[in-house]
Design a binder for this molecule. Structure first.
Ligand code: BLA
Length: 517
């Protein structure tokens, strides 16, 4: 039910995912503070990586652990005023037997230096082949056609580069609902998510904000047991560590459950930004645990930026092409008006016409209690009522809504009723309007599989809403009675058309006046 959905959203958004107090176990974490970089916090698994248990690390200055030359190297990284995320130092510990080679990743938070140790990539020799793979991917992305084609290539290439079972491009809409717009999968897996929509609550607001600053995240094993972090016995240490920038940050239990319900053992997620905001994600799934070493994650992050740049180029291109198309179409609509009596009916007769200017299910022209329609539109009585309502409400000269049943009481929320309305006022006194209608979104969904067949055996006792299919149902609830939103460029094109149409109508009136005299 809708109330339940809202509640779940609120709960999810309240979880402080940036300070879980624990980390994932595939690495170890140290927090250093003070002028001597003394270890103030350490993860409970430190012995596994450093050979030293956390209690024995706390209070020790760094140079005692690393020796003077590595400490100096670390200082250099630590004092960089603009620390790069791409900076990792390969460290080895002189006085202890390190159990395995690792990368050390650094960043600062609230005056402390956070050090994360992760197993390093072992096969440096592979780099040549890896580089060629990335280069090939970059070339393919740059030569992709439109945004849809680009997403297709992005999913394929990210899967190839990461070796995951499945890679998807997940695109957000204006309300942060998402749709899987491309999917690449291993040969022995079926396509599963392509075309599916998910509600905004599946990736709550605080998570989306975080993903705008940390552009790549890995969960190598979704069934992991979280590792605690202990601190010096000092009141200042009592406060929770802000792990926003930690690659080892423990993941929300809600999300881990979601992944388990999906049958996913490992994920890698890459942000795609547009003007600093999240445009979409590349989500990779693997059936077995899978870790991607730091070097490769950096490559994937770079890859996300290439994709983002290519998205921007194509979207800007589409914008320009749309504007050009609209300005070419406008004179043809006006020509048809000149050939029709009364002229406004010409707008309905023109081919290409109103539905080529604005992507909608149908359009109508209302004039003095009469109307003409093209495409799929409500019946004449309903259209006339909408015109009455627009006039009464003083809806303005350009009115756009993607939630008409909510806004306009005369439109019922029936499956046939339009959910989106873009209306241009031609004359309020005469109840004369030009309208476009869009259907409800739940009807424009394309299914990849049988919606009634559960995707996974799943855990029947688990929270039902976390099942991806149910999640899709939840999305359908949140968008009931809602249409695809009108794009700003469409509203702008409609407003420009209104100006031109009013010009034609004014001269028509002058002619009629003259004829009468
Ligand atoms: C995070 N949810 C996420 C992430 C994705 C999704 C991609 C990013 C984290 C990651 O895996 O790297 C959702 N993943 C999807 C979707 C698909 C997919 C839609 O593969 C489709 C194919 N999630 C819920 C509900 C809650 C919730 C109801 O469904 C809250 C009650 C929470 N999701 C949630 C939280 C995070 C998250 C809190 C942040 C996880 C973190 O970074 O700690």
């Amino acid at each position: 039910n809708a109330a339940g959905a809202r509640e779940a959203t609120t709960d999810c958004e309240g979880e402080p995912i940036h300070m879980p107090g624990t980390i994932q176990p595939h690495g170890a974490l140290l927090v250093l503070g003070g002028p001597d970089l003394v270890v103030r916090r350490a993860s409970c698994n430190s012995a596994e990586f450093l050979g030293i248990p956390p209690e024995a690390l706390l209070g020790r200055p760094l140079d005692g652990l690393l020796g003077p030359s590595q400490t100096a190297q670390l200082w250099m990284v630590a004092s960089d005023p603009q620390p790069s995320r791409f900076n990792a130092v390969k460290l080895s510990l002189p006085d202890v037997v390190a159990t395995r080679p690792f990368d050390a990743l650094f960043h600062r938070v609230n005056g402390e230096l956070v050090v994360e140790l992760e197993p390093t990539a072992d096969a440096d020799g592979e780099f040549g082949a890896y580089y060629r793979t990335v280069q090939r991917a970059t070339v393919r992305l740059q030569s992709a056609g439109d945004v849809a084609d680009l997403c297709e290539v992005a999913a394929e290439e990210v899967r190839r580069v990461t070796g995951f079972d499945r890679a998807m491009v997940y695109r957000f809409d204006a309300e942060w609902n998402g749709e899987v717009v491309a999917e690449s999968h291993a040969d022995d897996l079926p396509p599963t998510y392509l075309g599916l929509h998910f509600p905004a609550s599946d990736i709550p607001a605080q998570a989306r904000r975080l993903y705008e600053t940390t552009l790549i995240r890995a969960i190598p094993d979704a069934r992991y047991v979280p590792v605690g972090v202990v601190g010096l016995d000092d009141p200042a240490i009592g406060s929770q560590l802000d792990m926003s920038g930690c690659v080892l940050r423990s993941v929300s239990p809600m999300h881990l459950e979601y992944l388990r319900n999906m049958g996913v053992a490992a994920t890698l997620t890459i942000s795609i930004l547009r003007d600093g905001r999240l445009w979409g994600l590349i989500a990779c799934h693997h059936r077995r645990p899978r870790a991607i070493p730091f070097d490769r994650r950096v490559t994937c992050e770079f890859f996300g930026q290439v994709i983002a740049a290519q998205v921007a180029i194509r979207e800007d291109g589409e914008e320009r092409a749309y504007r050009l198309g609209a300005s070419a179409l406008r004179p043809r609509l006006l020509e048809q008006m000149a050939r029709s009596t009364p002229s406004v009916w010409g707008l309905i007769q023109a081919r290409p016409g109103l539905l080529d200017l604005i992507d909608a299910g149908g359009a109508a022209v209302v004039r003095e209690g009469e109307c003409r329609t093209v495409g799929v539109s409500p019946g004449e009585p309903a259209i006339l009522e909408i015109a009455e309502w627009l006039a009464r409400e003083e809806a303005g000269v350009v009115f756009a809504t993607d939630a008409l049943p909510d806004r306009c009481p005369v439109v019922g929320a029936s499956a046939e009723a339009p959910a989106g309305l873009l209306a241009l006022e031609l004359s309020r006194e005469r109840r004369s309007y030009l309208m476009w209608f869009r259907p409800g979104r739940e009807r424009v969904v394309h299914w990849a599989g049988d919606p009634n067949k559960p995707m996974l055996p799943g855990d029947p006792t688990g929270p039902a809403r976390l099942h991806p299919r149910r999640s899709f149902d939840l999305w359908k609830q949140t968008v009931r009675g809602r249409s695809e939103p009108w794009k700003p460029r469409e509203v702008a094109a409609a407003a420009e058309l209104r100006g031109a149409v009013l010009g034609v109508l004014a001269s028509e009136e002058q002619l009629q006046d003259r004829a009468r005299r």
